[in-house]
Design a protein around this ligand. Structure first.
Ligand SMILES: [Zn+2]
Length: 324
C-alpha cells in the first residue's frame, strides 16, 4: 500500500504498529470499561463488556454486553452498534487523546507486542508444540538481573523462573493449575511482554507454587512481584498476570487458603479490580485484606524497598478500616 497523503501515511503507520497493552483487561479497567466476562478461544481470549460508545451512537445504554475486545490483537467490536477499531482508537476516544498521546498511554502500560517483533503471517511459534523441552533454550536468571529486582536465585528456582540469554528477558512459565503441565510462558523485558503461544489463557491459572496450601495467600499482578514476595519470606504469593483477576483465579486461591491479601497495583485498574473482587467474593465466604500502600508512593510491591514491602504486607488491613 502506497501512502497518498500525510493522513494516509499516519493511518497506515498506526495500523502497522497497532500497539496492544500487555494487560488488555487491566487497560480496559483503567479506561473505565468493566470486563464482565472472558471467553477463551483456541488462539486468544475475548473480553466482554458493555459498549462504551453505545449511548452516543444509538441513544441507548448497552445492557447485553455487546462489546468484545480481543486480548491478542487488541481489536474491539460492538456487534450491536458497530463501533470497532484497534485498541489505540479506544484510548483516543475514551481519554480524548490524539494518536501520539494514546500511543504513549499504551506504552506506559507496557506494550504486549511491538511492530518489529510482530511475526509475519502464519505465526511460527504457534506451530511449535509446547512441552518441557521448549524451556531448554533458557537458563537460570543471572545474579545481576536477580539483584536488580531484589530477587534471590532460590526464589527464582522455587517459582521456575528462567531467562532468555539472547534477548535478556525473563521467562515466566504458565502451567496447568492442578497437573503442572506446561502451557507456555510469558516473556518479559523492559516494557516488553509477550505470551507464548499468543492466545494462552492465563486467566485459567495462576503464577506461583500451585501445590502450596496454607493460612494466608497473597495475590499480586506481576509474576516477578510474587517471586520478590517469596524472597522476602512471604508465603503463598501468587500472580494473576494483570489487574483483572478472573473468577477461575479467585476460585483457585480460595481453595488454597483461609484468607487472601489483595495486593493488586495501587493504580486505577488495580484498585477497581481489588474492590470488585472484594464485593463479589466477601459474600461467598472469602476473607480478604488489602495490601497497605499508605506509607509508600510505589505502585506495586516490586517497586518497594524490602522494609516497605514487609510493612505493606504486615499492615494489610480490612477494607472498612482505611479507604484510599
Ligand atoms: Zn455499541
Amino acid at each position: 500500500m502506497k501512502p497518498t497523503s500525510p493522513t494516509d501515511f499516519w493511518d497506515s503507520l498506526a495500523a502497522f504498529s497497532n500497539p496492544v497493552p500487555h494487560d488488555v483487561a487491566g487497560a480496559l479497567t483503567a479506561l473505565g470499561i468493566e470486563v464482565l466476562r472472558e471467553l477463551s478461544k483456541p488462539d486468544s481470549t475475548e473480553y466482554l463488556a458493555r459498549c462504551p460508545a453505545h449511548l452516543a451512537l444509538t441513544g441507548k445504554q448497552d445492557r447485553r454486553p455487546s462489546f468484545s475486545v480481543n486480548g491478542t490483537t487488541g481489536l474491539f467490536h460492538c456487534f450491536s452498534c458497530g463501533y470497532a477499531g484497534p485498541f489505540i482508537q479506544l484510548v483516543e476516544d475514551g481519554l480524548g487523546y490524539h494518536r501520539i498521546e494514546a500511543f504513549q498511554w499504551i506504552a506506559r502500560h507496557g506494550v504486549y507486542r511491538t511492530a518489529e517483533e510482530e511475526p509475519p503471517a502464519g505465526r511460527p511459534e504457534e506451530t511449535l508444540r509446547i512441552n518441557e523441552a521448549s524451556l531448554a533454550l533458557f537458563t537460570p536468571p543471572p545474579p545481576r538481573a536477580c539483584a536488580r529486582r531484589s530477587l534471590t536465585p532460590e526464589a527464582c528456582r522455587a517459582f521456575g523462573v528462567l531467562w532468555n540469554p539472547e534477548k535478556h528477558r525473563w521467562i515466566l512459565p504458565i502451567r496447568h493449575p492442578e497437573t503442572g503441565e506446561l502451557w507456555g510462558w510469558q516473556e518479559k523485558g523492559k516494557r516488553f511482554f509477550r505470551n507464548y503461544p499468543a492466545g494462552i489463557h492465563k486467566g485459567a491459572t495462576l503464577f506461583g507454587d500451585l501445590t502450596w496450601r496454607g493460612e494466608t495467600a497473597l495475590l499480586l499482578e506481576s509474576p516477578l512481584d510474587a517471586v520478590r514476595a517469596h524472597a522476602l519470606g512471604i508465603p503463598g504469593a501468587f500472580a494473576s498476570f494483570g489487574a483483572h483477576a478472573s473468577e477461575a483465579q479467585i476460585r483457585l486461591l480460595k481453595a488454597r487458603c483461609k484468607q487472601l491479601v489483595l495486593g493488586l497495583d495501587n493504580d486505577t485498574a488495580g484498585r477497581t479490580s481489588r474492590d470488585r473482587i472484594h464485593t463479589r467474593w466477601r459474600p461467598r465466604g472469602l476473607v480478604m485484606r488489602f495490601l497497605d500502600y499508605s506509607h509508600t508512593t510505589a505502585k506495586d510491591l516490586g517497586d518497594m524497598s524490602d522494609a516497605d514491602a514487609l510493612t505493606a504486607y504486615g499492615n494489610a488491613h480490612h477494607p472498612w478500616r482505611r479507604r484510599r
